[in-house]
Design a protein around this ligand. Structure first.
Ligand code: BG6
Length: 478
């Protein structure tokens, strides 16, 4: 039976806006995430140009990776990390997104970060845009609704490719690009919130704008992938999809068809374009029925065809059920909405825990595309208890990860081509969905709390020592 390959890329993942802090240091401009307040599972965080004096802005300090990166990367190395997925904050390089020249201080920061990774033999995997759109572009163009963002993104990508070519080989264009197929994607992903001020869950939904903005992101992604292939032949360019395993609730054919439709527009729509290079056939009817008309420029179809990715990456947290029966109980994650599966338990934030859904996802994706894959986010957002002696006994997190790794190994035994695994939030950071710090994912605890207090001290959780053994044994010792 096939096993995980010897060169399997074990590691972890973070994003600049959720970990770096230092939101206005070194010439950095504000991103959409910097303009988001804190929130909770029950109370939506808010976004807007207006300052909410009763709120905190958790991304602005976050875990202060900006000043702790050396210590943090050394801790990752201690666990044996082979790869570290992180993102570059666009606004450190182009503070409003519209400058002609990149900001040297921002570039120099990432030079230091990548040098530190190299020193420890860790390969960086860089997300070019992870929910960090410059707020300047929101105000000028209503975010990705404006086609002009394509050019701004190209300028940004070209600047970081040129600067980091010798240091970074693996790139992902947009984090969870299919977030734009969901109304909530308008905020962090598309930035189509010009003039809006209020709860992120109440942003008025305009599907026409969302799908047009998403088209612009697709074009921007394809253009930079093509550029990288032509100019940096050793680069490996990937997409990044929020993959939600979707089950029909029952064998009722109505549920089956509904689940298939949901899967098409949620899970496959973006990757069909990014891997196969063209809009999928099922989109036409969806657009017609939802009164969506995408404006394309001459040459767009060619761009999509020429800018296909080398590998497929995705986040996996949960599965949901789809049904035609509105009376059943609903569940959801950040972008995912569906019905409760009676066979599954859920996290404290209501995300259904389904390790076998990951095996299903890996097989579904591989049978569709047959290109190498990587799980670049997975994990359990949970409350941790800091003991008096400084230990954190997070057995629930170990159980979650163990079960998912077991299913990943099953998928590899099934024959899928899996390159690596980077569980989410390997160092505690701010939750993207709720703006909380209490929702922790890390192997490394950060002393920071929801009222903004904390020493920022780093501590090793039980899962830290466990994951070290997992990596040492290439996944044999779980
Ligand atoms: C993914 C995002 O959607 O899920 C991350 O790419 C995010 O940015 C992660 O943090 C977990 O979501 P949350 O809301 O628990 O932070």
């Amino acid at each position: 039976m096939r096993k995980l390959p010897e060169n399997f890329l074990w590691g972890g993942a973070v994003a600049a806006n959720q970990i770096e802090g230092a939101w206005n240091a070194g010439g950095k401009g504000p991103s959409v995430s910097d303009m988001c307040t804190n929130g909770t599972h029950q109370i939506s965080k808010r976004v807007g140009a207006e300052f909410f004096p009763d709120a905190l802005y958790p991304s602005r300090e976050a875990s202060d990776f900006y000043h702790h990166y050396k210590e943090d990367i050394a801790l990752l190395a201690e666990m044996g990390f082979k790869v570290f997925r992180l993102s570059i904050a666009w606004t450190r390089i182009f503070p409003t997104g519209m400058e002609e020249q990149p900001n040297e201080e921002g570039l120099a920061f990432y030079d230091r970060v990548f040098d530190e990774c190299k020193k420890h033999g860790i390969e960086p995997l860089v997300t070019i845009s992870h929910y960090e759109m410059p707020y300047g572009l929101v105000e000028k163009y209503n975010g990705w609704e404006g086609r002009a963002c394509v050019e701004c993104f190209e300028r940004y990508a070209k600047a970081i490719f040129a600067r980091f070519a010798g240091k970074v080989k693996y790139w992902l264009t947009f984090n969870e690009i299919n977030a734009g197929t969901r109304p909530i994607g308008s905020v962090l992903s598309l930035g189509t919130i010009k003039g809006y001020s209020g709860p992120i869950k109440e942003v008025p939904d305009e599907p026409q704008i969302r799908y047009q903005a998403l088209h612009h992101q697709m074009i921007a992604s394809a253009k930079v992938v093509k550029f990288a292939h032509e100019n940096y032949p050793d680069f490996k360019m990937g997409n990044m999809i929020l993959f939600s395993t979707i089950y029909p609730y029952s064998p009722n054919p109505d549920d089956i068809i509904k689940a298939q439709q949901e899967e098409q527009m949620m899970d496959w729509y973006c990757s069909d374009i990014m891997v196969r290079g063209a809009y999928p056939y099922y989109a036409e009817r969806f657009f017609e029925e939802n009164h969506i008309c995408i404006q394309k420029e001459a040459g767009d179809d060619e761009i999509l065809k020429e800018g296909t990715v080398d590998f497929y990456t995705f986040s996996y947290y949960m599965s949901t059920c789809v049904t035609d029966n509105p009376d059943l109980d609903k569940v959801g994650g950040n972008m995912v909405r569906g019905y409760k599966n009676p066979y599954l338990k859920a996290s404290d934030w209501g995300w259904q825990i389904d390790p076998k859904g990951l095996r299903y996802a890996l097989n579904a994706i591989y049978s569709r595309y047959q290109i190498p894959m990587m799980v670049v986010e997975n994990g359990l957002g949970a409350y941790d208890q800091l003991e008096e002696d400084g230990s954190i006994h997070d057995s629930y997190r170990i159980d979650y990860l163990r079960q998912h790794i077991e299913q990943m190994k099953e998928a590899v035994a099934d024959g899928v081509d899996l390159m690596g695994y980077t569980p989410w939030g390997c160092i505690d950071l701010v939750s993207a969905g709720t703006g909380e710090f209490a929702k922790r994912y890390g192997f490394i605890h950060v002393d920071k709390y929801d009222d903004g207090t904390g020493t920022l001290e780093r501590r090793r959780k039980d899962s830290f020592f466990w994951y070290k053994k997992v990596i040492e044994s290439n996944g044999e010792n779980l």
